[in-house]
Design a protein around this ligand. Structure first.
Ligand SMILES: [Zn+2]
Length: 435
């Protein structure tokens, strides 16, 4: 197959080029002009040809007991395909002991067979009190050079101790492993002492609890180095603090991820009658923090979605914020929403940056000969009216929003999975081993 006459995104610029692919890989890139003989020629005139997007942060089939997130691999990967995402990274369930790892990996691999896009996993730990070196060793041997930990959720025994946190950090520098952290200050949350309502939800996990925790753990990185990736940063003040105080560590020892919901939704939604539809952790923030987040977009390395939708009925089942399942679905609209705000400077945060940080590069995240033939054909002027989604959840937080720019087609390893807004996937995604 070939993609001809498109504006091809390479090295941060656009070139009028034709791309040829075979056996799932990119085989040739030449200036547009004469079209070489090829089985299928796809005309991309006036379209942007981008590398397939990578979402480094999704939760699929997340089981919370009373609730299970709405999307299984079939639904999530379909939504992803419509959003131009050709690879996503899910999390194994958190474990406290090394010997639980195998079962968690097997379970996820079984579930993920239904995926239409390529996938990888992060290992996750709760109140882990076992051998850090051993866990990282077996995780890496399974193609998973990343471990996620939590500095909060002590009530469900998921909070890591700071001593163990530091062990993970030290190991990460030696083994080149990525430590992902959900950073909120547990004590501040436990002592927040606010009513258990939707209206008070943001104050129960306040902005200060994120900012304070990020400052603390950045201090540890300054001392111990290592590779720390801070997931779902919600506050512009957090990003500003990192940029002011720890600039030399950014992009080397500390990586920052944020999510589309923190750029498009604010905590004012919690005052509405249907506010519980927008509950997630960490919460949506004030418009002031949101503005600051936008101002600091250039400091943020990646955009992940933290995709974890529930149904409207589940989100509305209780009046108490603590009882409502937290999480929103963003896979399908993440890129269009962010491109609408920031234009082409957002592309690397969906492609090259996550590929490099999460070790999918150069297989993924770049258009070059030898890389996987994963592409998004993006129409930058077409208007997308968000009415329904392809997720299995009926709760779409972006309903009725409009973006300029639309993912028209998505190609995974040389095959269309979405073509002209129609789902056409014939094959399945692969598990991507990372080193
Ligand atoms: Zn998450």
């Amino acid at each position: 197959m070939s993609l001809v006459n498109g504006s091809v995104y390479r090295n941060g610029k656009f070139y009028l080029e034709d791309i040829y692919m075979s056996d799932q890989k990119i085989t040739k890139i030449v200036p547009s002009g004469e079209i070489l003989p090829c089985k299928e020629v796809v005309d991309c005139t006036n379209k942007l040809v981008l590398p397939g997007f990578i979402d480094p942060h999704v939760h699929i089939n997340l089981d919370l007991g009373e609730f299970k997130s709405s999307d299984d691999y079939e639904g999530a990967s379909k939504a992803a395909a419509f959003g131009g995402i050709t690879t996503f990274i899910d999390f194994l369930d958190p474990i406290n002991y090394v010997n639980e790892f195998d079962a968690m990996l097997k379970k996820k691999k079984r579930e993920a067979k239904a995926s239409y896009v390529d996938y990888a996993f992060h290992t996750a730990v709760g109140n882990f009190n076992d051998d850090v070196d051993e866990l990282i060793k077996i995780s890496r041997e399974s193609g998973i050079p990343s471990v996620k930990l939590f500095t909060t959720y002590s009530e469900s025994n998921r909070k890591i101790s700071y001593a163990k946190f530091q062990e993970f950090l030290k190991n990460s520098g030696k083994t080149n492993t990525l430590i992902l952290v959900h950073a909120e200050n547990d004590e501040m949350i436990i002592n927040a002492n606010v009513e258990d309502t939707i209206e008070s939800y943001e104050s129960s996990r306040p902005a200060a609890s994120e900012i304070e925790e990020i400052e603390k753990i950045a201090g540890m990185v300054a001392e111990l180095k290592g590779r720390l990736y801070i997931v779902h940063v919600t506050c512009g003040s957090s990003v500003e603090l990192l940029n002011n105080k720890y600039k030399e560590l950014l992009g080397k020892n500390i990586f920052i991820e944020s999510c589309p919901q923190y750029f498009h939704l604010t905590k004012n939604l919690y005052d509405n009658e249907n506010g519980s539809l927008f509950l997630l952790a960490p919460p949506l923030r004030s418009s002031k923090e949101q503005e600051k987040l936008k101002e600091n977009i250039s400091v943020i390395h990646t955009i992940g979605t933290d995709h974890c939708p529930f149904t409207k009925e589940e989100k509305m089942r209780y009046k108490e914020a603590s009882k409502i399942p937290k999480g929103l679905g963003s896979l399908e609209f993440s890129f269009s929403l962010m491109h609408h705000l920031f234009g082409n400077k957002i592309i690397d945060k969906f492609t090259l940056n996550p590929a490099k940080i999460h070790k999918l590069f150069p297989k993924k995240g770049i258009i070059q000969v030898g890389s996987d033939a994963d592409f998004v054909i993006f129409d930058p002027v077409k208007v997308l009216y968000i009415d329904s989604s392809h997720s299995q959840s009926d709760n779409n937080p972006y309903e009725n929003m409009i973006t300029t720019g639309m993912v028209e087609s998505t190609i995974l390893r040389g095959e269309f999975i979405v073509k002209d807004r129609k789902f056409v996937a014939k094959g399945k995604g692969h598990f991507i081993k990372r080193e």
